[in-house]
Design a protein around this ligand. Structure first.
Ligand SMILES: C[C@H](O)[C@H](O)[C@H]1CNC2=NC(N)=NC(=O)C2=N1
Length: 78
């Protein structure tokens, strides 16, 4: 899946085989987000799907940091 700009946020939807697998991925994302102190908005829906939205709250815009976080998240999926 690709990242898309929707309502001023970088958005991607990740699908998993179980909610446990989803949660394991989310924990990796959260660990990295805490490391860099830049955090995604996340929504678990339809049981096994994780929608991640990235934008910089302080700037109310998509910044380089959001693009970097998106790239990192893509590496964590495998
Ligand atoms: C208080 C704390 O440092 C801020 O809220 C940080 C944390 N994580 C953040 N994450 C994002 N995506 N945008 C921010 O502006 C931001 N600010």
């Amino acid at each position: 899946m690709e990242w898309n700009v929707i309502d001023g946020k970088l958005v991607n939807n990740f699908k998993f085989k179980s909610q446990t697998e989803l949660a394991q991925f989310l924990l990796k994302v959260a660990n990295y987000a805490d490391e860099i102190n830049h955090h995604p908005d996340c929504k678990i829906h339809k049981a096994f799907q994780l929608e991640i939205s990235l934008y910089s709250h302080d700037k109310n815009a998509i910044t380089d940091l959001d693009h970097q976080l998106a790239q990192k998240i893509d590496t964590l999926i495998n």
